[in-house]
Design a binder for this molecule. Sequence first.
Ligand SMILES: Cc1cc2nc3c(=O)[nH]c(=O)nc-3n(C[C@H](O)[C@H](O)[C@H](O)COP(=O)(O)O)c2cc1C
Length: 314
Amino acid sequence: MSLDLSVQIGSLTLKNPLIAASGCFGYGVEYAETVDLASLGGIAVKGLFLAEREGHPPPRIVETPAGMLNAIGLQGIGVHRFVADKLPELRARGATVIVNVCGTTIDEYVEVARVLSDHEGVGAIELNISCPNIKEGGITFGCSLTGTFDVVSAVRRVTRLPVIPKLTPNVTDVASFAHAAEDAGADAVSLVNTFLAMVIDVETRRPKISNVVGGLSGPAIRPIAVRMVYECRQVVKIPILGMGGIAVARDALEFMIAGASAVQVGTANFVDPFIWSKLLAGIREYMERHRLTRIRDLVGTLDTAHTLSEKSDA
Ligand SMILES: Cc1cc2nc3c(=O)[nH]c(=O)nc-3n(C[C@H](O)[C@H](O)[C@H](O)COP(=O)(O)O)c2cc1C
């Protein structure tokens, strides 16, 4: 059976729906000896500001039940070093590159997007308006409907690349943010970024990470993320890139049935860097078993009229 796993995100075609999530796959090149970068649907590289950034002092990550807490603080090499040192190799290796763009002001988002738009090899811009671990910019835009609209529309005006704002789950009604992004001209939305959380060492009564609070990721957040994707699917027409705790093919399929056109995988890559071929094989196996020739036909097919406990006529 010939299977079509391709996904369309604005003008960008992904060869399959599996994307490495930002911050969990470096700049892609670090994994080039382990993973065939061209075999992934896309690589969302670590968030980039205009300038280099150190991030927070250690400790910056701690394991939690079924997940991890991080407050890296968006350490990064800055957009100019990225386009000079990393982009050529990504291009040579045939990677589909999605650049996670950060900013402390709207002007900075616009400037980073402008620099990226001038270089061949960038497939799309993912606007990080949702990092919970920095004080200025970022999530302040992502937690305000007008802030979301303003950043997205400002970047939209300066680039032809697909613009994909990445939404925070740290709001009451994430669908209204997806709607604001769509109104502002976004080609897609990605969700979710990490959930604000903290872990305390009870013996010392100290926080386990230097920033005191951080962002929770991994399987612990998956059911909440799936619910948020489902809610956004009811409200927007643009594609959704779903993520949060995907560790096996079944998890990726769950997000797609809820309404995600493609999925991103973050924390699970730290556990198993060879996860990609297993995820792809699992998706193919499911498609064959369900006689689906095109993966896009699975998107948003949740049957809310029946639950598992009811007998299905199908
Ligand atoms: C160590 C770490 C660093 C991250 N850095 C970024 C980042 O730079 N930009 C961003 O948008 N999201 C970042 N994220 C969030 C992930 O891309 C993803 O949204 C989140 O972890 C949920 O997916 P997961 O449960 O599969 O990890 C980071 C997550 C982790 C764990």
